[in-house]
Design a protein around this ligand. Sequence first.
Ligand code: AMP
Length: 180
Amino acid sequence: MNIIIMGIQGSGKSTQGKILSDKLHIPYISSGQVFRELSQENSPSGQFIKETINQGKLIPDDKVMPIVEEYLNKPDFNAGFILDGVPRTLEQAQRFQKKIDIVFYFTLSDKEALWRLAHRNDNRDDETLGAVLNRIALFHAKTEPILEYYKQQGKLVIIDGDASIESISRQMLDNIPQNE
Ligand code: AMP
């Protein structure tokens, strides 16, 4: 089963993705993590990715999708994936070749997202105030429009990201089709 988790930065995607991964025995993958690893490479491409991430900007669609698709073709993902961070733009959603079964969207206000990001301690170079504000603005401008795309396909499940971790996990499980 192929699952996507969407939500503003700090809405709990990775926490919930990992919990769901344990329950369903399907691997969790974060594109941010993949790109942070690629940014360590000592090459022009690695350098470009690093600068883009650190400014809180998006890596261009034509670079993102081939990397993500290649990653998801690994045997590790034969049983499916729980994907956090892709698609980030409508173009990425339209280019995506994999069949998506369900898309979870965690709602959260910008204020709460900023509060949570200010209090988490991930030691990331893109958690400066400027980069965080860029990432939040890009979420609204570029990522939110994808919600309508998946809604029209009947795949979107909206969950209140302010609910407790347990409640969100339960709601996700309740929405996963059985026996797949
Ligand atoms: P995240 O950990 O999901 O917040 O991603 C960290 C950074 O990686 C983002 O701010 C982007 O610079 C880059 N990134 C991750 N996924 C994507 C994507 N699907 N499209 C473009 N850039 C991405």
